[in-house]
Design a protein around this ligand. Structure first.
Ligand SMILES: [Zn+2]
Length: 850
């Protein structure tokens, strides 16, 4: 039967929930919502649910007559709810208003409805507030004892209904609790406690919180109203509607469980009444079931009102939450920050591109259901903000903030849902909704498609998260010969692998572009020469090597710096492997036998096997094809042989914020944790590890194929140290990224300050790290030129920022500020070059905020 159902006070606390329930049957019944308020969003929602909304007052007799005469059901929720809770709070005029709305309004309805119409009315447990002794499980037939105006008017309403001869249901509600957007309801005890808890406050428990309270969840109250409407056999009856009875202290205890930071403060004052509780036996006997409870409601309210740990990123990518998997498949969920009223389904072909625009007002949200993209975005409000890239996979939600230009490059055939709040009217394209802004040209799209990495180089996982973006940068070691020479720019970004904890670049530049003609000769530096001399002596002793028989390979041997000490000790069988033609030529000329090429499968035949010792210093960071390189190393080493890897240590980078270690040649950033994970994939084991000084902090690990080898304590200790530092926690990496952006700000401010003294600023040292840092900071004209020890770099320019590199004699007098860019050699440089300047500054000193 189609019923005409009226909900008075439908915009209120209970009315809102009841309307939601009726939205499910609004095509079967005629539903009218009457409220004297007008809340535009709610009214719009009610109309979209196929319900009628009438703004009007039940004190208006003609309005009541026209709407209620033929009603089948009235949920009579209208009434003043902002009521005094103690005698001292109440005033005469307010009391009269409460009474008027309650009595006259209800009478107006009772006067016009027909005898078959069922009127369902919320009364309150407070009608028993006058009972002096503690009484529990009060049943429906107990005489009411109201004191204050609210309870009194409810008691009068009950009598009006009972005397009316109409079909009524009275529900005596316990304290109704639960999340709602209705701000009036914060003062209900469980809601108030949840609010205080969400703000880390103090819960005051008067009389030790011993008072008992009958409570009922909001959604179950709304459900019970609908239940009473549906049950034709329930006529002219009264029910207590309460779910649970607890002491105030017990409610506080639940709050404390969800936020241990809150304080509970008990006072020992006397209260006139320790409360009472209602029995819900009669209600349960009708078959009504409660579905919600206090614990979950308190948890929800605390969560919704707590300071949220929101991501401040311009753009972020999120996996779905609350994953539910069974044999039919998987469900994942995304909770949105705002209502969505428009969904676009967008399909895109592999290799194509969309967006290249920004939204001045709206947040864009895209849920990817199939395929994959590279997303490129840039803050257009902050000048010089870096252009950032990010992979988004199927199942992920990408959120882009207003005024962030963005572009999608589709790396697979892709489908996504565009979730929009407001309009996406093409008439407003270019005005309010979407404004064109090209940040990726066709050529750059092709470059990204070619060099982007979608899987972890170490373990193959696709779960990579962005740590830091240093913007688009030139290849740091590819110095340019002329100032107007153009450099290719590639994103310089570090991602973190959630699975194996390796950090790595988002792109892989063709190694031939970087390593074929290499200007970095290790032997230029005395520190490195000494390092390898000491290392050779140590290995000779510790590994019991034999000068005549032992065969030693060095991978990425540069100019032979690591092998030279072995030759000088008298070793006969050594081999370098070096991809840079100029360097291998130089090494061979110096009688250090060197194979020119990469260590890769196709070259393996040309290299003699069964090495007793393989050295790989600083190449482990430099390999895009890690697994292939490791396979080759393991096939070259003898059964008992040792592989010794030296690589820059991620822990130092993270602790010292040496982000300038990041450049395109360094594909990977290793911790012992991620190295151990890496070698687990092969039949090999790291059995020893130690920290060394080179490159601002490195680690040296010892690997053997021998499965029975005993793992030394050094490995266990270092792993523990890394774990304590947070090497397995993405937050550690996010903090690092945020600090690096802060450093950029500080350096630029400090440089401006130094520039004020009017002296020339000259750089010292042009290592790759200087290129990374200068390009990230955007420092170019501020530095006049850079002097450098390495002759091969003279008269070239740092790519990107185009600062010229000169020999030291270019400095004519000491009236300058010498900014040491090769900061890891600062003390040596300062000591050995006192003739060049009176004022040496380490670029690292500019990083702090002073
Ligand atoms: Zn991984």
């Amino acid at each position: 039967m189609k019923k005409k159902i009226i909900i008075t006070g439908g915009l209120g606390y209970i009315g809102t929930e009841l309307c939601k329930l009726y939205s499910g049957v609004s095509w079967h019944h005629k539903i009218t919502v009457i409220d004297n308020r007008f809340i535009s969003e709610r009214v719009n929602q009610i109309r979209n649910w196929n319900m009628e909304f009438v703004q009007g007052d039940i004190l208006d007799k003609s309005l009541v007559k026209s709407f209620f005469e033929d009603a089948d059901v009235v949920h009579h929720l209208a009434g003043i709810t902002d009521v005094p809770r103690t005698k001292s709070e109440s005033s005469k005029s307010q009391d009269e208003k409460i009474k008027e709305v309650a009595e006259k309004g209800t009478q107006n309805i009772l006067d016009v409805i027909n005898d078959k119409c069922k009127i369902i009315f919320p009364s309150t447990h407070v009608v028993y507030e006058g009972i002096n002794e503690v009484k529990t499980d009060i049943e429906e037939n107990e005489n009411t004892k109201p004191v204050l105006s609210y309870a009194t008017s409810k008691a009068i309403n009950e009598n009006q209904l009972k005397k009316s001869g109409k079909n009524f249901v009275i529900l005596r509600l316990g304290s109704v609790y639960g999340y709602s957007t209705d701000s009036m309801r914060i003062d209900i005890m469980p809601n108030l406690f949840s609010k205080i808890t969400s703000q880390n406050g103090t819960l005051k428990l008067f009389a030790g919180g011993r008072q008992i309270k009958s409570l009922v969840p909001l959604i179950d109250v709304a459900r019970c109203f609908k239940f009473m409407e549906e049950k034709d056999e329930i006529n002219s009856d009264v029910f207590n509607l309460t779910k649970e009875t607890l002491t105030v202290k017990a409610v506080a205890g639940i709050c404390k469980k969800y936020n241990p930071k809150i304080l509970l403060k008990e006072t020992n004052d006397e209260v006139p009444n320790l409360g009472f509780s209602l029995s819900n036996k009669k209600l349960l006997s009708t078959g009504f079931k409660f579905l919600y409870n206090l614990d979950q409601n308190i948890k929800e309210m605390i969560q919704k009102w707590s300071k949220q740990n929101l991501t401040k990123d311009l753009e972020y990518v999120k996996d779905g939450d609350n994953l539910f998997i069974d044999n039919r498949g998987a469900i994942s969920n995304h909770e949105l920050t705002e209502p969505i009223n428009l969904i676009g389904l967008i399909e895109s072909k592999k290799g194509s591109m969309r967006a290249n625009h920004f939204h001045p007002q709206q947040e864009q949200k895209c849920l990817f259901t199939k395929g994959q993209i590279i997303e490129i975005f840039q803050d257009i409000i902050n000048p010089n903000a870096p252009k950032i890239t990010q992979v988004v996979n199927a199942g992920q939600l990408s959120v882009i903030k207003p005024n962030v230009a963005h572009t999608m490059v589709f790396t697979k055939d892709t489908t996504f849902l565009n979730l929009v709040r407001g309009e996406r009217d093409h008439e407003n394209y270019g005005i309010t909704h979407t404004i064109r802004k090209t940040i990726v040209e066709e050529k750059e799209k092709e470059l990204l498609l070619k060099c982007y990495k979608f899987e972890c180089r170490s373990c193959g996982s696709t779960d990579l998260k962005r740590v830091l973006s240093l913007g688009y940068q030139p290849l740091a070691n590819n110095l340019i010969n002329k100032k107007d020479e153009k450099s290719d720019l590639y994103p310089l970004e570090v991602n973190y692998c959630q699975k194996c904890h390796n950090c790595q670049l988002s792109v892989a530049v063709d190694p031939k572009k970087m390593f074929s003609n290499y200007l970095y000769t290790s032997s230029t530096s005395k520190i490195f020469r000494d390092h390898f001399i000491n290392a050779a002596k140590k290995y000779y002793k510790e590994l019991k090597l034999n000068k005549k028989k032992s065969y030693i390979i060095d991978i990425g041997s540069n100019d032979g710096i690591a092998l030279k000490p072995f030759i000088e000790m008298g070793f006969k069988k050594v081999l370098g492997i070096e991809p840079a033609k100029n360097l291998s030529k130089l090494a061979n000329k110096n009688k250090i036998k060197t194979f020119n090429g990469f260590l890769e499968k196709k070259n393996l035949k040309k290299i003699k096997k069964n090495a007793d010792l393989i050295l790989a210093s600083n190449v482990f960071a430099h390999s895009d094809k890690l697994k292939e390189m490791a396979d080759c190393m393991l096939s070259l080493i003898s059964k008992k042989g040792t592989i010794i890897i030296e690589v820059q240590y991620l822990m130092n980078t993270l602790k010292d914020f040496t982000f300038d270690n990041i450049y395109h040649e360094h594909y990977n950033y290793w911790s012992l944790t991620s190295l151990v994970y890496f070698f687990k994939q092969f039949d090999a084991k790291i059995y020893k590890s130690e920290k060394i000084e080179t490159h601002g902090g490195s680690i040296r690990v010892y690997v053997k194929k021998d499965k029975k080898i005993k793992i030394e304590k050094s490995v266990k200790n270092m792993l523990k140290e890394e774990e304590n530092f947070g090497i397995k926690d993405y937050k550690t990496y996010q903090n690092f990224g945020n600090k690096v952006y802060k450093i950029r700000e500080n350096v630029l401010n400090n440089l401006k300050r130094i520039k004020k003294n009017g002296k020339k600023i000259i750089g010292y040292g042009a290592p790759a790290k200087a290129s990374t840092a200068l390009n990230f900071y955007g420092i170019s004209n501020e530095i006049d030129f850079i002097v450098e020890d390495n002759k091969l770099k003279h008269n070239k320019y740092i790519p990107g920022v185009k600062i010229p590199i000169r020999k030291k004699s270019f400095i004519k007098d000491k009236n300058n500020t010498l900014l040491v860019l090769a900061w890891n050699f600062y003390e040596d440089i300062k000591k050995n070059n006192s003739n060049l300047s009176d004022n040496f500054i380490n670029i690292k000193e500019l990083e702090s905020n002073n």
